[in-house]
Ligand binder design. Structure first.
Ligand code: ADE
Length: 265
């Protein structure tokens, strides 16, 4: 160890060497529901793109802006043109993730949103989870190897320092296109060892993996799936409060990422 003030020798320099390349600068955030997206848009002071870069007529909405040293794009899949509700679920989230990666070439995808949590796995209402693994629970193909394809298990990008420094919980995510849970879904979710259940994550993970873009997942628990109340009732009851916690967590994660290389996360 050199005395204070001395120049570090080569070995010390190597130990504190900064990673090569530039820090993360372009982030795409994918959020499925307007209620979840709006507070993040406000917090990061993003602006809606009036000239959509997406194909004419699609309902997808891009918000963009500079936050600290980061270019941020937040993509919300918009509302169903006929029914007027948010385009939740795997189809829209996969489409917008693909379109956003093609158009914006991000360094990192963040999928943020609400999720059901399993109390048996330690989840409570309002908890924020960083996802370690994503898989599907409603793509049952009982033929060898197709069964594994259906489950579509993928690891999220690892962010051990972020998880430790922000003191966030880590758990596995299971994704399906239903808010409720059939007994068959439950069997698959248990097989996936999931702590949280959503309707987008594994689809975003699939596209990010396909196009080789790192992806992290921030999920806030609105309802306890293995509890007493129906998921839809508990979800609607807690949506506003939990969305506030989600928005805070997204801000903390973005603040943490600012100025860092991916290998530092
Ligand atoms: N999002 C919030 N709660 C959920 C649940 N129980 N299942 C799927 N997605 C959700």
């Amino acid at each position: 160890m050199a005395p204070p003030g001395d120049k570090p020798d080569a070995s010390e320099e190597a130990m504190v060497a900064k990673p090569e390349g530039r820090p993360i600068s372009n982030i795409v955030i994918i959020i499925a529901m307007q209620t979840e997206a709006a507070p993040v848009v406000n917090k990061l002071q993003l602006t809606e793109d009036p000239n959509s870069m997406f194909p004419p007529g699609v309902p997808w909405v891009r918000y963009y802006g500079t936050y600290k040293d980061l270019n941020i794009n937040l993509i919300w899949p918009g509302k169903d043109p006929t029914l007027g509700v948010d385009n939740v679920g795997t189809v829209s989230s996969a489409l917008v993730t693909y379109a956003a990666i093609q158009a914006l070439k991000p360094d990192l995808i963040i999928n943020a949103g609400t999720a059901g949590g399993f109390k048996a796995k330690g989840a409570n209402i309002g908890d924020i989870f960083i996802v370690s693994d994503c898989a599907f629970h409603d793509r049952r193909i009982p033929i060898p190897v197709f069964d594994l394809y259906g489950v579509g298990s993928r690891k999220a990008s690892e962010t051990p320092n972020l998880v430790k420094d922000l003191n966030l919980k880590v758990g596995k995510l299971s994704t399906g296109d239903s808010l409720d849970m059939t007994p068959q879904d439950e069997t698959s979710i248990i097989a996936n060892d999931a702590t949280v259940k959503d309707m987008e994550g594994a689809a975003v993970a699939y596209v990010a993996d396909l196009l080789k873009v790192p992806a992290i997942f921030i999920k806030a628990v609105t309802d306890i799936v293995d509890g007493e109340k129906p998921a839809a009732e508990e979800f609607l009851q807690n949506l506003a409060a939990v969305t506030a916690a989600l928005d805070l967590a997204v801000e903390q994660v973005i603040d943490y990422i600012n100025g860092k290389h991916f290998s530092e996360l």
